[in-house]
Every structure is written in C-alpha cells, then in structure tokens.
Write a protein that binds this ligand. Structure first.
Ligand code: F3S
Length: 423
C-alpha cells in the first residue's frame, strides 16, 4: 500500500504506540481489500461502548486494554490519546435513564458511565444514536467518512452524497486515532453509479410506503445500487431514513439514487454514469402487497409490545406520536417504547411530547433499541412496529412474532391491545 510520509511515520511509531497499532490495522485491512492507499477522514461514527461485554471488559481489564483489543484489534495494550478525527458514538446497549426497565443492573450502568467518561475525555462524542445525521453530524457531499451502522451508511452515501463503506468497531477505532481509512468501495466515484433501475407502478408517499419499497428493493438487488426511475412524491428525511434502513436490512444496499432528489443523480443518466441498467425491476401494487405480507410474522392479533423509532425518531415523529396519544391511555397489557436520540428527547421534553407519551403509559427511550440491546420487556410474545427494519430483525433476535404497519396503526394497537392494521 502506498503511504504518505506522515502515514509511514505513524506506522513506525513516531506518533505513539496507539497510532502505530491503528495504522498497522488499517494497512492490514486495506491490503486485504485491495486498497492501494488510505484517504483522509475527519468524520468517524463507530461503536466504542455499544455492547454489554465491552463495558464489562472495561472494568475487568482497564479502559486502554479494552480499546486496544476491541477497537484496534491489538494484543499490545496501548495508551489511547485524543482522537485525531471528529468521532462520535453510535447507538449503545443501555439507556442511561431507563436501564432498569431494560433489566440492566446498577453495576452495568455504572460501567457504561465510566466508559463514557473515558471515551468523552478522548473526544468521542456521545451521540448514542443510529442516526447521527439527525443530531448534528451531517457530512457534506464528497466528504470521506468512516461510519458503521447500515441505516446510517446508506443515508450518508445516498442522501448526503458523502462517502463511506460499512465500517466495523476496529476500523472506526483506527480511523478515529489516525484520521485515515482505506480508499476502496464507496470512496471511489466509479463504484457509486447505479446498477438496477426500479420502475414505480404504484404511489409511494407516506413513511410506510417508503419502508415497503425499501424492503422490496433490498431483496431484489441485494448489495447492488438501485436507481428509482422517478419518485411519485417528494420524500423527506423521515421517509428516506426508513427507505434506506429497510433496503439495508432485506439486502445489503449501501447506496441508491433518486434522480432529482439525491445529490449525485441530477438526472437518470447521471445516476448510471452514462451506462445502461443491468436490470429493470418493476414495483407495483402486487409487489407492495407481497412485501407487506412478508413483513408480518405474527398471526395472533393480541399484541403486548409496540416499538416505535427504528431508526431513531426525529422530532416531527415524536410530535406525531404525542398527538396520536393525547388524552388516551395505553392498554394495560401493552408496553410502548418510543426511541429517539437523546438530543431530540431534550426538545421533545421541552415541547411536552414526552409528558404526553408517558402520561398515556408509554416510555421514551434514548441511546439504544431492542434489536441492539436484545432487551425487551419480560414475557413479550407479539410486537408491532412502524419499522420494516425492526420487523425484519426483532422476531429473529428475540423470538417474538411481529406486525408491521403505520405509526397510526401501531398507536391504535397500543391503545386497544389488538392489531387491526391492513395494507
Ligand atoms: Fe437503529 Fe436499532 Fe433500528 S440501531 S436502525 S433503532 S435496529
């Protein structure tokens, strides 16, 4: 791999052992991928204390030891300095406030807080959300990033036009320390053109429509780059957040184009880089219905857990949920968890949305989600969610049955205890 003088000096240990180990990891990783060089990044979103085991390790072996092992893949324990690149923490395993509801112990939350102090002192910003782009980390078009989390990566590449592959714990740790990441995959313009054309033959308008379309496309194109021939209605952040999360769940889609909407596709021709689509795929009413049916893994209409906020809710979604719950009470047999980034929760608190939700019997959670934490209320059998991604993962992870529908259908189920959603 071609390294600059500065990168070579980091590798040789002239800037400390931590950067030497980080560079060693990046060179091994980059060479395995066939990358010829590294690229500078000043935007890293990773997982530094995302899982319970890593928090436990922190106390047992010391913080530097854990970072060395889990974020640098290094047997040598190095003293970890301040991050060189702007770095943030994605979602974590425990809600710092609602940890008791998640069944976490006092000891565990204490460890998480200790880990956060350590990471914070090194400049890792505790956004604690899978949607850093909703709380201030909004890279600009063309900016090279090193992000984890498939729903964030697809948003970063497609909607923002910034450039990242789906990174891991180790590569984001190394990128944070060095400000470098291998130059391959979606960092390279040539790899960002569309492969499949998606023709829409039905209206795609609300959030549920976009989730269904994304889920269909993921199965259809797997890890290729779909291009919507046209949007039937202008999408917004919320709809594209759900669309991308769904496409990245059913397939491995990391980038898409919508001509006239996403920044690298002013026209259909631009989206394909002047080439012909490899395949044309039609999405009509029949495909929508089949996708909807695929997402329903439950048959019992009696629900006991409603999960909203995957990916984490925006403030507009929090307002809608509060509006739908005003002067209503959640069924005694049902638990409702609403997930939003902590920074947005502050605004929702100030606006009174959290009070409405909690007064109705719901819980507003931050920092985490059931799929990542693998913590649900005890005894849950049947869930309902407005997220195709959560409907895809939670039944497999938590051995529950799931209904997928609109926010309104989910709130009605929370109040009545019965699922009455329909396509
Ligand atoms: Fe975020 Fe968890 Fe969904 S990480 S995208 S809320 S599965």
């Amino acid at each position: 791999m071609d390294l600059t003088d500065y990168e070579r000096a980091m590798l040789d240990g002239e800037h400390g052992r931590a950067k030497a180990r980080a560079m060693d990891l990046l060179v091994r990783y980059g060479e395995a991928l066939g990358a010829e060089r590294l690229v500078e990044t000043n935007n890293v979103a990773g997982a530094f204390n995302a899982s319970t085991p890593s928090v436990k390790h922190i106390v047992e072996r010391g913080m530097d030891s854990v970072f060395s092992e889990l974020n640098l893949d290094s047997d040598e324990v190095v003293e970890v300095p301040r991050m060189a690149a702007s770095t943030c923490q994605l979602i974590t395993g425990i809600d710092n406030d609602n940890w008791k509801l998640q069944g976490a112990s006092e000891e565990l939350i204490g460890m998480q807080r200790e880990a956060e102090r350590y990471l914070g002192a090194r400049g890792i910003n505790m956004f604690a959300t899978c949607t850093p782009y909703q709380v201030g980390n909004v890279p600009v078009k063309g900016e090279h990033c090193a992000w984890m989390e498939s729903s964030a990566v697809i948003y970063c590449n497609s909607v923002l036009g910034a450039r990242t592959n789906v990174e891991g714990k180790e590569s984001t740790g190394a990128a944070g320390l060095t400000g470098r990441i291998p130059y391959w995959g979606y960092h390279i313009t040539e790899n960002r053109y569309g492969s499949h054309l998606i023709e829409l033959d039905t209206e795609v308008d609300d959030m549920m429509d976009w989730g269904l379309l994304g889920y269909f496309i993921g199965y259809a194109v797997e890890d290729e780059i779909p291009v919507l021939q046209q949007a039937t209605h202008q999408p917004n952040l919320i709809k594209l957040k759900h669309f991308g999360a769904a496409a990245a769940s059913s397939g491995g889609v990391e980038m898409y184009h919508i001509p006239g909407v996403t920044p690298e596709a002013p026209t259909l021709e631009d989206a394909f880089g002047g080439r012909k689509p490899r395949e044309v795929i039609r999405y009509g009413k029949a495909e929508r219905k089949a996708t909807y049916e695929k997402l329903q893994s439950a048959s019992d209409r009696k629900v006991d857990f409603i999960m909203l906020g995957c990916p984490h809710n925006s403030i507009e979604q929090m307002e809608l949920i509060a509006h739908l719950l005003t002067d209503r009470t959640i069924h005694p047999d049902v638990q409702l968890w609403v997930h939003t980034p902590r920074a947005i929760k502050q605004v929702a608190d100030r606006n009174g949305y959290c009070e409405v939700i909690t007064k109705a019997g719901g819980v507003v959670m931050s920092d985490t989600c059931p799929a990542i934490s693998r913590r649900l209320p005890p005894g849950v059998r049947v869930i309902a969610t407005d997220s195709a991604k959560q409907a895809h993962y939670l039944p497999a992870i938590a051995k529950v049955d799931g209904w997928f529908g609109s926010v309104r259908q989910c709130i009605e189920a929370a109040v009545s205890g019965q699922w009455n959603g329909a396509v």
